[in-house]
Structures are given as structure tokens and as C-alpha cells.
Design a protein around this ligand. Structure first.
Ligand code: PEP
Ligand code: MN
Length: 342
């Protein structure tokens, strides 16, 4: 349930509620808004229902949250949206963000060239995997630690914050040294140990929807991160597996408005992995912006025909600036604020 404090509630009254909640073995998640403080109460339903909070000093009202995800639920923020600030770039609420870069870090030259293209076109964050989840164990698995070092170099040169995937909890320290946003890939969406550790790290997370995950599964996965006190979770629709073989995955764009109705968290769309083909990426990006997405994460490569992985779906480097302009126009039409230039 959620305890909404009165606008003039004192810090002592908030503390008293927290003590009562913790007294029955539940945990209190305090969210201090501009006008009022809201306390999310998470714990065993039976114990929680025994706490007498209605009418307690400083308490305005108590709202039961019926969804199995509590902290991710839209009810928690009463219509307010989570805005995440990544080194001055914002996502969520009115803000639209473009994240772009290669599928994987291949070499210093290719990464730096791609990073400059992404920066010059005005994208906010650079993506690139050093640890790659590949369907075949015989495919390139990523450069690992060496790839992380190249990402750090690309950040130092372009100033772009980095989004990179963490696959294994054993690599968390190394990834935290470089990642401004940790990506959790579709295949790891339900790796609960990983989600808990990332939650504890406090670093923003881009959580990709699993290939056969429902929206509720995705929100429950987000809950694992939020439960550890990390409020910076970005949800990502990247296509789900259906019976249709004409494209790599089916991009479920209805997930965008529905997730935004169910949750206060920002929602981005990855048109690249859903499409699997470059020709579909622009139209799906425009459709995502029109559907109200808070951002796009897209693959681009200076020479897609030479790319080690996912080349067929990468926007060509020479086309990227034009691609960005069109996506930004669609986002602006949908009422979004673009990132300030420079
Ligand atoms: C990726 O972003 O390169 C990736 C492997 O994505 P997903 O986990 O969505 O397949
Ligand atoms: Mn990829």
C-alpha cells in the first residue's frame, strides 16, 4: 500500500510512519515530491494490513496498491512521471532521449568513428556491448574488459555517457567503472540475482523486455531493481517472439502506452533488434515516437557490411544524422522536449 502524507507533514511524522511500517517487518520506500511525501509500504500483506495508519498524525490517506508490482506502479506516483538525469541528459516525463551506437565494441577505430557520428547528430548517450549475449556459443562474445576500456576512451573523447550491458554479476565492478547506464538484455530480464545487484549499485538501468515476457513480467523485473532503492529504471520494448517469421521479432508498440499507463517509469523502444533489417528501423522509430515513447535505442555502424554483429539492422553512419532529424521531428510532434543542444 501507499501512504500519502499531508503537505504540511513534518519529518518526525514521516519518521513515525516509517518506524510503524518497519515494526511489522515491512519496508518503507520514501518518495519526497515537491508538494508531498509518499511512502510505499512493501511487505507481507497480512502484516501490512494490521498497521493502523489512516488518521495517524501527518497522514493524509492510505491507498492500497493492488498490482503485484508496487514501486513500479503508476499509482505510487499518482500520475507523476519518473525523470532520470544521466549526466545532464534527461529521459522520462516530457523529455525524449536518443541512445545510439554499434551493437558491440569491435575496435578503437570503429567505435570512435561511430561515437563521433552519434555525438555530431545530437544523440544523448552512446550504446555498445562489451559483453554480448549471443544465441550461438561459437559467435563473437564481445571484447569484455578491453571493450569496456574502449568505451571509456569513447566517452572521454566525445563526452557521451555510456550504456553497456552487464550479463554476469561477476563483472559488475568492471562495468560500473564505465557504464552510466547498465543495460540488462532481453535474455537476462529475469535474472533476479543480477537485477538485485544492479539495484544495490544505484546506477541507472535500461531493462529490456524478455523475448516472451508479458508486460507484468517486465514490471516485476523492474520491481527487483526498485526494491533495492534504485529508482532509475528505464523500460525497453525490443520486440517479442511471435509466429511471424518475416522479421526478427514483433515490435509490440502497444506496450508503450500500456506500460506508461501501468507505470511511472520511462519507456524506450529498440527498433533495431525487433526489425533485424535496416529498412524497417526508421518507420518503427517514428511509430514509437508517435506512440509516446520517451526515447529510442538504436544501432548504427560506420560500415554495417563489415560489422561483427547485427550489421543488417544498423543504420548506416552516413545516414544517421538524417535519421536523427526525422525521429526528433516525430518526437516533437508527439509533444516531447528534445535534449538541449551542446
Ligand atoms: C543488444 O542491445 O545488442 C542486444 C543484444 O539486445 P537484446 O538483449 O534486446 O537482444
Ligand atoms: Mn545488437
Amino acid at each position: 500500500m501507499m501512504v500519502v502524507m499531508k503537505e504540511d507533514a513534518t519529518a518526525e511524522q514521516v519518521d513515525a510512519v516509517i518506524r510503524q511500517v518497519e515494526g511489522v517487518g515491512a519496508s518503507a520506500h520514501v518518495s519526497r515530491g515537491e508538494l508531498m511525501t509518499v511512502i510505499g509500504v512493501i511487505g507481507d500483506r497480512e502484516h501490512v494490513s494490521n498497521i493502523e495508519l489512516e488518521g495517524a498524525p501527518g497522514v493524509d490517506h492510505v491507498v492500497p496498491i493492488l498490482k503485484p508490482y508496487k514501486l513500479a506502479s503508476a499509482q505510487l506516483k499518482k500520475g507523476g512521471r519518473t525523470v532520470i538525469d544521466i549526466d545532464g541528459r534527461k529521459i522520462g516525463g516530457p523529455h525524449f532521449m536518443t541512445i545510439a551506437g554499434p551493437c558491440t565494441v569491435e575496435s578503437r577505430e570503429v567505435l570512435l568513428e561511430g561515437a563521433r557520428t552519434v555525438r555530431d547528430a545530437g544523440a544523448s548517450l552512446l550504446r555498445g556491448g562489451a559483453y554480448k549475449p549471443r544465441t550461438s556459443p561459437y559467435s563473437f562474445q564481445g571484447l569484455g574488459d578491453a571493450g569496456l576500456r574502449l568505451l571509456a576512451e569513447a566517452k572521454a573523447e566525445t563526452g557521451l555517457p555510456i550504456v553497456t550491458e552487464l550479463m554476469d554479476v561477476r563483472d559488475i565492478e568492471a562495468v560500473l567503472e564505465v557504464a552510466d547506464v547498465i543495460q540488462v538484455g532481453a535474455r537476462n530480464m529475469q535474472n533476479y540475482t543480477l537485477l538485485t545487484e544492479i539495484g544495490r549499485s544505484g546506477r541507472p538501468v535500461l531493462l529490456k523486455r524478455g523475448l516472451s515476457a508479458t508486460l507484468e513480467d517486465l514490471l516485476m523485473a523492474a520491481e527487483y531493481v526498485l526494491k533495492e532503492g534504485n529508482e532509475d529504471v528505464i523500460l525497453c520494448e525490443r520486440g517479442i517472439r511471435t509466429f511471424e517469421p518475416a522479421y526478427r521479432f514483433t515490435l509490440d508498440l502497444m506496450a508503450v502506452p500500456v506500460l506508461k499507463e501501468l507505470s511511472h517509469l520511462p519507456v524506450v523502444v529498440d527498433p533495431s533488434h525487433a526489425a533485424g533489417k535496416r529498412d524497417l528501423v526508421l518507420s518503427m522509430s517514428l511509430a514509437a515516437a508517435a506512440a509516446g515513447a520517451d526515447g529510442i535505442i538504436v544501432e548504427t555502424h560506420p560500415e554495417p557490411d563489415e560489422a561483427i554483429c547485427d550489421g543488417p539492422q544498423a543504420v548506416r553512419g552516413e545516414d544517421f544524422a538524417d535519421y536523427m532529424r526525422q525521429v526528433e521531428r516525430a518526437a516533437a510532434l508527439a509533444g516531447k522536449e528534445l535534449q538541449p543542444v551542446g
